[in-house]
Each structure stands twice: as C-alpha cells, then as structure tokens.
Design a protein around this ligand. Structure first.
Ligand code: 3PG
Length: 413
C-alpha cells in the first residue's frame, strides 16, 4: 500500500533504538510504501535488508551507530511475530560479529548462517519459528549481489513473503538485495529509511535561509551536491581540502596543500558564485603530522605550507552564517581533524551546527568522518538528523538515481 507521508514526523532517533515518532512534518509531499502500512504482517516471513556496514577492526565492531538505528524496524516487525531474515553487506569481513552484536542489543537470540543463499540457507529459513531471527552472511560474498543479478535476487526473495528495505546507506547502489529483489516480492520501506527520506527532503525543500557546509577532500564526489545545493542555499561554507582548489583558482598560493587538477577544473565554473564562502585564514604546517603549526591569512600562505584546517577568523565568519540559518546541512570535515593540531575547525563547526540545530534550525549532518567528528563533541543528540548514509546521502540530495528507492517512493505530482 502507498501512503502519503507529507504529515509524518521527522522523529529524532533514540540511542536506545526507540521508535521514531517525532512531530515535525515534512514539507515535501510524496508517496512512500511504508512497512507501517503493510497489511497482514502477522506471522509473515520478512526479508529485511539493512545496512550494518559498520567500521570493524579484527572482527571487533568499532562503532555501532548503524545497527542501533536499525533496531526500531526490527522491533516493529517482531511485534507482529514476523520471522526475520536479516541481511547486510560489509566492507570485507564476515557478518557474524554483527549478528552477535544485534543479539546483544535486542537481548534476543539471533541465529547466524555462514552463507547468504543456497540449500543451507533455505533449510535454516524454513526452520524459523515466529519471532525468530536468522542473520545471513555478508551479501557481497555472492558475486550476484553487486551485479544486480536476477537469479541471486530471486534466491533471496524465495526465502520470504515480503521484503523490507531499511538500508538507506546502500540505496544508491544497483545491487540485487536493494534493486532486483523488488521484482519478486511485495516491497516496503523500513522505519529508518522512511525517516532518512523525510528528513533529507527537508533539505531539498528547506525552510530558508539554508546554510550548506561542505568539506572533505575530493571535489569529484561532491560537485553534483554542491551544484544542487547552491540553488537552494543562502550561503555555502567550504572547508577541508576541497577549499584549497577554490583558493588556488582565485590565484592564491596553496603551497604543498592537497589539490588536484580535476577538482580545479570543476571549481573554475563555480568559484565566482557569490553564495560560496571560502576560508579567510588557515592552520598550516610544514608537516602533515605536526611540524611548525601556525595560523596564516589566506593571502600569506607560503610555498612550503600545507593547509590543514580552517583558522579562527574563518570559524568566526562561518559562525555568523550558521547563526542565521533556519536549515543547515553539513557534509565533510573542515580539515585534518584526526590530528590533535588540526581538529579545531571541524569541532567548532560541529558545535555550531549542533547548537543552532537545537530548536532553532533544522540541522542535518551526514558522512562517515563528519558524523565521527560530531560525536567527538558529544553534541550529536542536538542535531535533528544524523544520516546513516555517506555516498547515499550525497546521491539523494544531488537528485541522482537511487535504485534502492525505485518503486518505493514516487513524487506526488
Ligand atoms: C556506506 O558505508 O556508505 C554504505 O554501507 C555503502 O557501502 P559501499 O560504498 O561499499 O557500497
């Protein structure tokens, strides 16, 4: 069933994995197939695609934000006594530790099977009783996943009665478990994916003024987003190595800072846009990992300097814009924040965004490193929406094709 979610809540997430039932309506009118509206869910077998692609080190989970964000949909389905077959991709490793962590968070047994399709999986799925969970091995161990292979999608679909996609972070990929599978099962959107759409649509149709803050390294991955957001933004504040390309194309020295010719080319077409605000000073050094750290005005950067953070005057300037915002979106750190000497700009922006979001503006933060920096400030809870999507958030806000959302979301014309 398709429902109109124009009046749905933005629903701040609860760290304990509570339900998303907030109260800010989405300005975008759209139709979405939410699992909340699925009929006859009781006792059904559900194939639940999640994105629990979390950072791991030697089989240890370093950070479990995405798993926590996935809990409301799982709890929702369990309340209908569904049998759950849960699947995710993971960068390289086995999903076994993810299944274990999920069991701990739910305080419930989660069976893990070391395959994602084939006879053993069919047998295990058939054995599931109501309210039980089977967690599959990393979907990408099967070559069919990344090829959007119909046969693989059909195998996954054959395990269940219906399909729920809660994996926003992978919806920009044309992969079997988010794309082709929808041909073979009734398909619905999970609670997390629903909230991602509602909240990111508030950036697409912002309450003005919208202040966009874009940092990071490669212009190539951000140019579509920058072009799209510039149309809606009052001002766009640029930081990170991305800013170096703008600074260089205005004819200033950037010394040994990161720049690349492809980015310079893209920047050439954007640099004179009056909405774009660039750093006026920077924290520079002669070495990336320390060295002689000094603050310099942008017109004083020397040939041996490396720009590694925005400077204090830039922070003050950016703060003056952030304080005017009714909507804020931030993606990409302002500098090399992993290093003690160069973290201040990024952390200051994180605090400014969080403080302004706290009831004054609608604030959205996304991207792996950006969220990591926000968490260092311990102010993530003040931000209205911390997206689980990195590339997916960029793609969604840029208006790119999202194979994972096809047939699940239609604009109401
Ligand atoms: C992410 O971490 O951005 C998602 O899990 C997608 O992962 P991918 O870039 O490997 O497709």
């Amino acid at each position: 069933m398709i429902i109109d979610i124009a009046g749905s809540s933005n629903g701040k997430t609860s760290p304990s994995g509570g339900e998303y039932l907030g109260s800010n309506p989405s300005p975008a009118t759209m139709l979405i197939k939410s699992v909340r509206q699925a009929k006859n869910l009781n006792n059904k077998t559900v194939f639940l695609r999640v994105d629990f692609n979390v950072p791991m080190e030697n089989d240890l989970i370093k950070e479990d934000y995405k798993i926590i964000q996935g809990l409301p949909t799982i709890r929702f389905l369990l309340r209908y006594s569904c049998r759950l077959i849960i699947a995710t991709h993971l960068a390289k490793a086995s999903t076994k530790p993810i299944a274990q962590r999920l069991g701990q968070l739910l305080d419930k047994k989660v069976d893990f099977i070391n395959n994602c399709c084939g006879e053993s999986v069919v047998k295990a799925a058939n054995k599931l009783k109501t309210g039980e969970i089977l967690f599959l091995e990393n979907l990408r161990i099967n070559g069919g996943e990344e090829k959007n292979d119909k046969k693989f999608a059909k195998q996954l679909a054959s395990l269940a009665d219906l399909y729920v996609n809660d994996a926003f972070a992978v919806c920009h990929r044309n992969h079997a478990s988010v794309s082709a599978i929808k041909k073979y099962l009734p398909a619905y959107v999970g609670l997390l994916l629903e909230k991602e759409i509602i909240n990111l649509d508030k950036i697409k149709e912002p309450k003005k003024p919208l202040i966009s803050i874009i940092g990071g390294v490669k212009m190539k991955t951000k140019s579509a987003l920058i072009k799209k957001l510039l149309k809606k933004s009052y001002r766009m504040l640029i930081g990170g190595a991305l800013a170096n390309n703008f600074i260089a194309s205005h004819g200033f020295e950037v010394g040994c800072s990161i720049i690349d010719q492809e980015s310079i080319k893209i920047v050439a077409k954007l640099k004179d846009n009056a909405k774009i605000i660039l750093p006026i000073d920077a924290v520079v050094s002669n070495k990336k990992d320390g060295g002689d750290v000094v603050v310099k005005s942008i017109n004083q950067i020397g040939k041996k300097d490396i720009i590694l953070d925005i400077g204090p005057k830039t922070i003050k300037l950016y703060a003056s814009f952030i304080k005017q915002a009714n909507t804020i979106v931030w993606n990409g750190p302002m500098g090399y924040f992993e290093n003690e000497h160069f973290k201040h700009g990024t952390l200051a922006v994180a605090r400014l965004v969080a403080s302004r979001s706290d009831g004054k503006a609608f604030g959205v933060v996304g991207g792996g490193e950006t969220v990591e920096a926000l968490k260092i400030t311990k102010m993530a809870d003040y931000v209205d929406w911390v997206s689980t999507g990195g590339g997916a958030m960029l793609a969604y806000l840029s208006g790119e094709k999202m194979p994972g959302l096809e047939k699940l979301k239609v604009k109401n014309s």
